[in-house]
Ligand binder design. Structure first.
Ligand SMILES: [Zn+2]
Length: 327
């Protein structure tokens, strides 16, 4: 769905649909590789070198969870660019919107989402007049951000829970959820990564008042949640981080089985950096929310169920929402 232009910058999104319109049964994680190549690119190359350096520093600060520094770098890059460098500006506003959201700056983030949307729309317009320019990537983002802006206008990121933000299902026996984490080299994880993933999953069980208990199960047979490594193209959207498919049991609002796929650099964690391990922990934490029945996404960047959460813990809204689902 994302076009694959040559990319200098890349951004990753866990989910392309940050809206409650996401069908429950198929919660897709989709990462896109964003492109910076643009017809007008060469005209502003002198500006772009410095802007691109700021962008990269912003990304590094974001990855280190230093969001205020990331915002400053992205702002510096935006200020360097001429107003009609639409592709670069779109990508920068997008990046800054996320770090504003995860800093709890919802209004600033909303302004950035709007600016990103408007610049993607401008790219579509510019590209349509240029033979050979593929605008489908920009069109995808223009449409997606348009939906998201509409959605955000009606959501309250400060309410005590986000029960209203998506369809909810649940397991019928939350006190005994069996988790199978694939052990095979082809589609599973080494012992240390299985331990890490289960730790992340168990975070949903270990807060005070959690209605959920999990035990590890040694086969897919009889398991309620099956966790595997994404190991083939097409299992998750292009460049995806994770995907969960919570299949209804057909009885009431109960889940039959949840299938989660997570991406890692490989089977073993022995060569993974701490940042990669944190990323896997974060993915497992977020996808487990879906596996337990949270069908949509929170509009608040402070929640693990924000579509692009980088967090390693649950918020009060996350835990309250799970409690309410299983009341
Ligand atoms: Zn999600």
């Amino acid at each position: 769905m994302a076009t694959q232009k040559t990319s200098i910058w890349s951004k990753s999104k866990r989910h392309s649909k940050a809206a409650k319109v996401a069908a429950f049964g198929l919660v897709l994680g989709q990462l896109f590789t964003a492109a910076w190549a643009q017809p007008c690119h060469a005209l502003f190359f002198g500006y772009n070198q410095q802007a691109e350096a700021y962008k990269q520093q912003g990304d590094a600060a974001r990855d280190a969870q230093n969001f205020s520094m990331a915002i400053n770098y992205y702002t510096s890059a935006i200020n360097l660019l001429p107003y009609d460098a639409a592709q670069n500006l779109a990508d920068l506003y997008y990046a800054r919107a996320i770090v504003n959201d995860v800093s709890g700056q919802y209004q600033r983030a909303t302004s950035d989402w709007q600016a990103a949307h408007d610049n993607y729309a401008k790219c579509v317009q510019q590209g349509q007049n240029q033979p050979g320019v593929n605008v489908s990537y920009d069109k995808e983002y223009e449409d997606e951000l348009g939906r998201m802006i509409t959605w955000r206008a009606t959501e309250n990121p400060n309410s005590s829970n986000y029960m209203e933000d998506g369809p909810m299902q649940r397991f019928s026996t939350p006190g005994n959820i069996k988790v199978f984490i694939d052990t095979t080299e082809a589609s599973g994880f080494s012992y240390d990564l299985r331990y890490l993933i289960f730790q992340a999953m168990y975070t949903w069980c270990s807060f005070s008042g959690s209605p959920v208990r999990m035990t590890q199960w040694n086969s897919a047979d009889g398991a309620d949640i099956i966790v595997q490594r994404a190991n083939a193209a097409g299992q998750i959207g292009f460049g995806a981080g994770g995907q969960t498919n919570a299949q209804p049991s057909g009885q009431g609002n109960f889940i039959g089985k949840s299938y989660t796929r997570l991406t890692t650099s490989g089977y073993s964690g022995s060569n993974m950096s701490q940042a990669d391990k944190d990323r896997l922990f974060n993915l497992a934490l977020h996808e487990t929310g879906h596996a337990l029945g949270i069908g949509g996404h929170s509009p608040s960047g402070l929640d693990i169920m924000y579509f692009k959460s980088p967090l390693l813990k649950l918020s009060d809204r996350d835990t309250t929402t799970l409690r309410m689902m299983y009341q």
